[in-house]
Design a protein around this ligand. Structure first.
Ligand code: HAM
Length: 425
């Protein structure tokens, strides 16, 4: 058998690394400036951590999407399918409730779900995740949404949009679920198999069905949003007032139902047209009660996560240029043996500030310049006996062909000046 990567996993190739890093750097800046601190929970946890948090009707459970295995001591472990459960377990374990409130924690790294693979839906993928713990007020929901929008904007996206809804308080959900059971129960035989299971476990999730038949049965029925209690409705209105005041664009979506059970009240998603059927870049919401369920204090929380691969796909659709740091600033070409030793010394010095590459053997100028071109460098510098006699290197701006003789000790200052003028781009 030919060895290949497992279906639904990807090698992140060198060409993709710079864009990923750029996105993560941009997001880190937005989140850290808002007071969030990084936390990295382990890649696997006792299965209970996820079993207790995601809920028995979550897709992760119903569709058996968790990678669960037994270790040698006979304990059930699960590869993390999301961050929220592990981050909150860590929050409780390290007594972070004593920190000034709210506690904002952000994470990034790989996650694992045994999904049906398609564009935007993989078995190993990466999220950026934020949790804001400790505030029951709508202000925290609004801040979370604002930060999600700002983080996606900082990645370089232009055409993302936020959908905002509410799944209500537990009693609103209970009455909506009772309503759906009443409406759909008599016709449940006409529902898809997955939706019949959802109707049994958490009827609200039927709304998320991709089946046309299911959607036809739902047409004309009320949405969770139409049955919100007074408190949840007031909370929702307040979230909107903040977002309006901050001019965060969003649209109200009365049919938002999330794939995880722990949400209450505010639920939101960020979407993007043009990345296939999986148009959700990210999603989140409020999850009061979850920390208690995991054995911690009765603290409220709100958070979100977006999928890095989907954001990168969207950026590609927008034709965003890859980062300039993916390319060397300078490619040094030795024209004789003595120059090999010289240019390697300069390269090591210049690498304190710039990406610098070089040929490893003497080249003739034509071949050296072609090599420099292929590396994508902004500048090439040639050094041979003639340059040595004059105490310089011949520097060439590869895009324009413009040349200059520069003293080796001045190369750093030369690059500072030239690249500041945007010639590196
Ligand atoms: P989620 O909606 O399950 O929420 O995932 C959030 C995002 O992760 C999705 O919108 C999508 O972009 C990405 N994603 C999920 N599954 C896959 C997959 N199989 N392949 C590629 N991308 C995927 C959560 O995970 C919640 N923990 C978010 C949250 C944080 N809620 C409160 N705090």
């Amino acid at each position: 058998m030919k060895l290949q990567a497992v279906k639904g996993t990807h090698d992140i190739l060198p060409d993709e690394q710079a864009r990923r890093r750029q996105v993560l750097d941009a997001v880190e800046r937005v989140l850290e400036r808002a007071g969030a601190r990084a936390i990295t929970p382990p890649m696997f946890e006792y299965s209970e951590v996820f079993d207790k948090s995601v809920g028995e009707s979550a897709d992760l459970v119903v569709q058996k999407e968790m990678y669960t295995f037994e270790d040698r001591g006979g304990r059930q472990l699960t590869l993390r399918p999301e961050f929220t459960a592990g981050v909150l377990r860590a929050f409780i374990e390290h007594g972070m409730h004593t920190l000034p409130s709210p506690v904002k924690l952000w994470s990034t790294g790989p996650l694992f779900r045994a999904e049906n693979v398609q564009r935007g839906r993989y078995r190993e993928f990466q999220q950026v995740n934020l949790e804001i713990v400790g505030l029951p007020h709508a202000l925290a929901d609004a801040e979370a949404i604002q930060l999600m929008y700002a983080a996606l904007t900082a990645c370089g996206l232009r055409n993302h949009h936020i959908r905002l809804g509410s799944v209500g308080d537990p009693e609103d959900r209970a009455s909506y679920n009772a309503y759906l059971r009443e409406q759909l129960g008599p016709r449940s035989g006409d529902l898809s198999e997955a939706s019949q299971e959802r109707l049994r476990l958490n009827p609200m999730r039927v709304l998320d069905s991709k089946s046309d038949g299911d959607q036809a049965l739902l047409a004309g029925l009320k949405r969770p949003f139409d049955m919100l209690g007074e408190a949840a409705r007031a909370h929702f209105d307040e979230v909107r007032r903040y977002l309006d005041a901050w001019q965060v664009p969003y649209e109200v979506d009365p049919a938002i139902v999330r794939g995880l059970d722990y949400y209450r009240r505010t639920a939101f998603e960020a979407h993007y047209q043009g990345i296939g059927a999986q148009s959700a870049l990210g999603g989140g919401g409020r999850y009061d009660g979850l920390i208690e369920r995991l054995g911690g204090p009765a603290l409220p929380g709100v958070g979100w996560a977006f999928g890095l691969e989907r954001v990168l796909d969207a950026l590609e659709q927008e034709g965003a240029a890859p980062g300039a740091d993916a390319r060397p600033a300078l490619f040094l070409v030795p024209l004789d043996d003595e120059a090999v030793a010289e240019i390697t010394t300069w390269a090591i010095e210049l690498r304190g500030r710039y990406r610098v590459e070089h040929a490893y053997q003497p080249r003739n100028p034509g071949k050296g310049l072609r090599e420099a071109d292929r590396s994508g460098a902004a500048f090439a510098a040639l050094r041979g006996s003639q340059e040595r006699d004059q105490g310089v290197v011949q520097v060439k701006h590869l895009a324009s062909g413009r040349q200059a003789a520069v003293a080796p000790s001045e190369l750093g200052a030369f690059l500072d000046r030239e690249l500041a003028e945007g010639l590196g781009a």
